[in-house]
Design a protein around this ligand. Structure first.
Ligand code: HEM
Length: 150
């Protein structure tokens, strides 16, 4: 398994492949939901917390639920996001937030630590890899802000 982060460039949208349906099939909805909510818990304590509604527990939980609804749908699961929020429009939905390459890297690093334990839980590495590859590439699409020069 190779959970490295591809260099993301503002304005470049590489072609995306959806995760292998075997990933959700093996992980199951409950564990999948835990993974996405764990990601939000990590976000809350991270350097990118400022991008998220961390001061309102209800809003924060709803944000996590939106992410869960989308990701389970893209993995071939129930169409929760469509039912709850309508069309995906991911780039547009991220537009109000200043997402640069550094923020994207942090966001991905937090996922990495949640995906590694799945190996010990018996999930096929090829499936974990396909979910990672999806996050790694599609997250490049969400970059909308140049990285600040220091
Ligand atoms: C594969 C990449 C990503 C996917 C699939 C994804 C998915 C989502 C979804 C489904 C939502 C909810 C949209 C809505 O219902 O209105 C959302 C919101 C959001 N995402 Fe992402 N996201 C990705 C990458 C990122 C990255 C890299 C960042 C920043 C580092 C980010 C920051 C945010 C923020 C700030 C929100 C708004 C939270 C809120 O107030 O609801 N996302 N994302």
């Amino acid at each position: 398994m190779d959970l490295t982060i591809t260099d993301g460039i503002l304005g470049v949208r590489p072609p995306v492949t959806k995760p292998h349906p075997g990933f959700l099939h093996e992980v199951g909805e409950e564990r999948f939901k835990k993974m996405v909510f764990d990601h939000y818990d990590l976000i809350k304590e991270s350097s990118i917390a400022f991008l998220f509604p961390v001061f309102d527990d209800e809003e924060f939980a709803d944000a996590a639920d939106n992410a869960f609804s989308f990701l389970i749908q893209i993995c071939g699961g129930p169409r929760y996001f469509e039912e709850k929020r309508g069309k995906p429009q991911m780039v547009g939905r991220h537009a109000p937030f200043r997402i640069d390459e550094a923020a994207r890297r942090k966001w991905l690093e937090l996922y990495k630590q949640l995906l590694e334990p799945l190996i010990d839980e018996g999930i096929t590495e090829e499936y974990i890899q396909s979910f990672w590859d999806y996050l790694d590439i599609f997250s490049i699409w969400m970059i909308n802000t140049p990285t600040k020069e220091t």
